[in-house]
Design a protein around this ligand. Structure first.
Ligand SMILES: CC(C)(COP(=O)(O)OP(=O)(O)OC[C@H]1O[C@@H](n2cnc3c(N)ncnc32)[C@H](O)[C@@H]1OP(=O)(O)O)[C@@H](O)C(=O)NCCC(=O)NCCS
Length: 183
């Protein structure tokens, strides 16, 4: 694909359906092979529905970025302002104020093409623009591709946490990136 057609912008309420469609395709890719399909389906239905995305989009503390090729949504990210409330996560982090990179998903047709890097750059710039000194995230400890991708972008493993997936519980690494100081 010709990268000149790519555009990154902030998602709007009009994107809720498209975001849910992309999330339904990409969320299962982040889950380990051992996850139960019904737990993945439950998560998609409850946490990644169009209605849920409309709530995320209406929340001033959440910022969703879209990477588009024309009308087509090919990736999205969501950052959440504010330090984490989970005591275990809080204890793992070193730099504050921080933001959570809560969602970072690229359509599989676009993996390995440098497009995730474009969205990461824009997402980190958005976090820095919100005066965050760091960004943290949780990713499944078996999601080797994502861990490699995040480490390439400067994130460091700083801890572990659990993630409720439907009726199951998965294990996540916590990764943290300290943003460069702004002048
Ligand atoms: C995670 C994601 C955003 C990364 O985007 P991408 O375009 O695939 O990333 P890149 O190709 O730039 O980097 C992936 C790296 O992992 C490597 N990799 C691929 N498969 C791997 C595997 N099974 N084990 C270890 N490394 C792997 C790639 O070789 C590459 O490293 P390199 O550049 O040193 O060769 C994208 O794969 C994605 O959306 N995955 C599905 C959803 C997901 O898991 N999101 C994260 C949720 S926290």
């Amino acid at each position: 694909m010709d990268p000149v057609h790519l555009l990154i912008d902030q998602a709007t309420a009009d994107d809720a359906e498209r975001l849910a469609e992309l999330a339904a395709v990409t969320f299962p890719l982040a889950c380990p092979a051992s996850s139960r399909p019904e737990d993945i389906k439950h998560h998609i239905t409850t946490e990644l529905s169009p209605a849920r995305f409309r709530l995320y989009l209406a929340d001033p503390g959440k910022k969703l970025l879209c990477l588009r090729d024309g009308d087509r949504l090919i990736a999205y990210s969501m950052i959440i302002e504010g330090d984490p409330t989970d005591a275990g996560v809080l204890a793992s982090l070193s730099t504050f104020p921080t933001m959570e990179l809560s969602k970072f998903y690229v359509h599989p047709d676009h993996h390995g093409r440098g497009q995730a890097a474009l969205l990461m750059q824009a997402t980190l710039e958005t976090a820095a623009g919100k005066r965050a000194a760091a960004v943290w995230l949780g990713t499944n400890d078996e999601n080797h591709r994502a861990v490699r991708f995040y480490e390439k972008h400067g994130f460091i493993k700083v801890g572990v946490k659990t993630f409720r997936l439907g009726a199951g519980v998965e294990n996540d690494f916590i990764l943290e990136l300290t943003l460069p100081e702004r002048s």
